[in-house]
Design a protein around this ligand. Structure first.
Ligand code: SIN
Length: 512
């Protein structure tokens, strides 16, 4: 007999978006599902850069909105951009009130950092380059202080549960013993994070397997902007998987990119050189690599002796690998970092399925367009964690009473032999064919390989099963967009096409 647990609201995911939603849902009885121990496994914990907010004297939400839309290459949802940039300062105030220790100047003001494609200093940060960790710690303390929030750790959600077409929970399994548990609730929020694990090179934790997107897709939800995957230009290239990040703020402070011939190639690639939009910098590095060159980030002149103090996390990663950034170049390479696409939601985080809301990276609000502006992701998670909670509170939420059904065949709780090799194959295929540079032949090859793996592993366990769904949706969307825009670059359609300057929406084809 499967154990069943009930709450008013169920939040799947325990990163910044999920915890913010949970916090704002009280006094409702809230259950939060964490795939690992709380505080581990969420990309939030690894976020270095910070939170963008127009709080500087020379700044305004309007300027922040302009930068967000420029980076997004013309297809951002302007209403959502306005909400995001308008609400940013209030969300920072709220974190401060909860006790977040953001970096300050000697005069006691918030110390604002600079990142690529921002025309002002507006990055609020903590511990130099440990912003996500500080925010997560703050939210965990706040959530733990609320008796009406229950955190269930080390459980993985497998599928949505539906009652008369309404999402009313998830079937999950306990990671330790595989035992199935049904979590039922009057409102369900997916805040499961990103999809980086789909790619051979990524800055995301191994838990970023697109669970929310895959579960929502199997339940019939509308997905949006799936083709847009952001590659961070500077992941630390020292053979680790996932790859540690070298925050963009290092370039914001003046570090330059050079190839192994000592050439500063970004000067020729874009007028803003190293501070060009992320997709431009990432592709320029990739192009160097395709020509057989390796790339390093030279922070010696710009940062030098200040490095350990200003970027302690990056400094530690470098020193662990025997690289001293005060004295030598940091080896870098692009890596999958953030998915602009996801479960389509409206301005309150409502999905197309009654009973289901989504926030954070797993959702697609449309705010990022074709390419996210640096440090807008933690911000979106805060803004939408709150909006989702407010929207849910406006409904009378009642736990389900009747008979329920599962979306999709149950996942196998144990990976079969061969699944880890299949996952490695899929990750290689995605990086090679659905990565920074795409074309029709490569995209078709990826779809062929995905179909083969689906046939070979019809009852794969959670990780491979979800990665195959998300990989297929991203590849199909990339094939359908016959132009280049933001993070989506096709050599067979290298220019943007104004007739295609709009968001994309899709559903999983196998859903009836
Ligand atoms: C970084 O620190 O470069 C990452 C920030 C972000 O992804 O917005």
């Amino acid at each position: 007999m499967t154990e069943t647990r009930h709450s008013d609201a169920l939040v799947v995911g325990a990163g910044i978006a999920g915890l913010m939603a949970a916090l704002k849902l009280v006094p409702a009885k809230v259950t939060v599902l964490a795939k690992t121990r709380l505080g581990k496994g969420a990309a939030t914990d690894w976020a270095q850069g910070g939170i963008a907010a127009a709080i500087g004297k020379d700044d305004s939400p309007g300027l922040h909105a302009i930068d967000t839309q420029r980076a997004g290459a013309g297809i951002n949802d302007a209403t959502i951009v306005e909400i995001l940039t308008r609400d940013a300062p209030a969300r920072i105030e709220e974190l401060l009130a909860l006790g977040a220790a953001f970096d300050r100047t000697d005069a006691g003001e918030l110390a604002l950092g600079r990142e690529a494609a921002h025309q002002r200093r507006r990055i609020v940060k903590a511990g130099g380059d440990a912003t996500g960790h500080e925010i997560l710690k703050t939210l965990i303390e706040a959530v733990r202080a609320h008796p009406s929030i229950e955190i269930v750790e080390n459980v993985t959600a497998d599928d949505a549960i539906l009652e008369s077409g309404r999402v009313c929970g998830v079937r999950a399994h306990d990671n330790a013993d595989g035992r199935a548990i049904d979590f039922l609730a009057g409102a369900v929020v997916f805040a499961t994070g990103g999809i980086g694990r789909l790619y051979r090179y990524t800055t995301n934790p191994v838990q970023a397997t697109g669970d929310g997107i895959a579960m929502a897709a199997r339940a019939g939800a509308v997905l949006a902007d799936m083709e847009f995957v952001q590659f961070h230009p500077t992941a630390l290239s020292i053979g680790r998987d996932p790859m540690p990040l070298v925050t963009e703020a290092v370039r914001g402070e003046g570090a330059i990119l050079v190839n192994d011939l000592g050439e500063r190639f970004m000067l020729a690639a874009h007028p803003d050189a190293e501070l060009a939009p992320r997709d431009v910098v990432a592709r320029a590095i990739f192009e160097q690599q395709q020509r057989g060159r390796s790339v390093g980030l030279d922070a010696r002149a710009a940062i030098g002796e200040r490095f350990p103090h200003e970027f302690p996390t990056v400094f530690r990663f470098c020193m662990e690998a025997g690289i001293d950034p005060r004295l030598e170049n940091i080896p870098v390479s692009p890596a999958a970092h953030y998915h602009m696409g996801g479960i389509a939601v409206d301005e309150w985080g409502r999905t197309s399925l009654p009973g289901l809301w989504a926030c954070g990276e797993t959702s697609a609000t449309g705010v990022h367009g074709a390419n996210r502006l640096a440090s807008n992701s933690l911000l979106e998670a805060l803004v939408y964690g709150l909006r989702v909670a407010k929207d849910i509170q406006s409904f009378a939420i009642a736990a389900p009473g009747g008979s329920v059904a599962f979306a999709g065949e149950p996942a196998s709780s144990q990976a079969q032999a061969g699944e880890s090799q299949a996952t490695a194959d899929l990750r290689n295929v995605m990086y090679a064919n659905v990565g920074l540079v795409r074309h029709e032949q490569g995209l078709r090859e990826a779809l062929r390989r995905i179909a083969e793996l689906e046939a070979e592993f019809p009852r794969a366990a959670n990780e491979l099963r979800n990665l195959l769904v998300v990989g297929k949706l991203i590849t199909e969307a990339a094939l359908a967009r016959r132009e280049s825009r933001g993070s989506h670059y096709r050599t067979d359609y290298p220019q943007p096409d104004e007739a295609l300057a709009k968001r994309s929406f899709t559903r999983l084809r196998s859903v009836a």
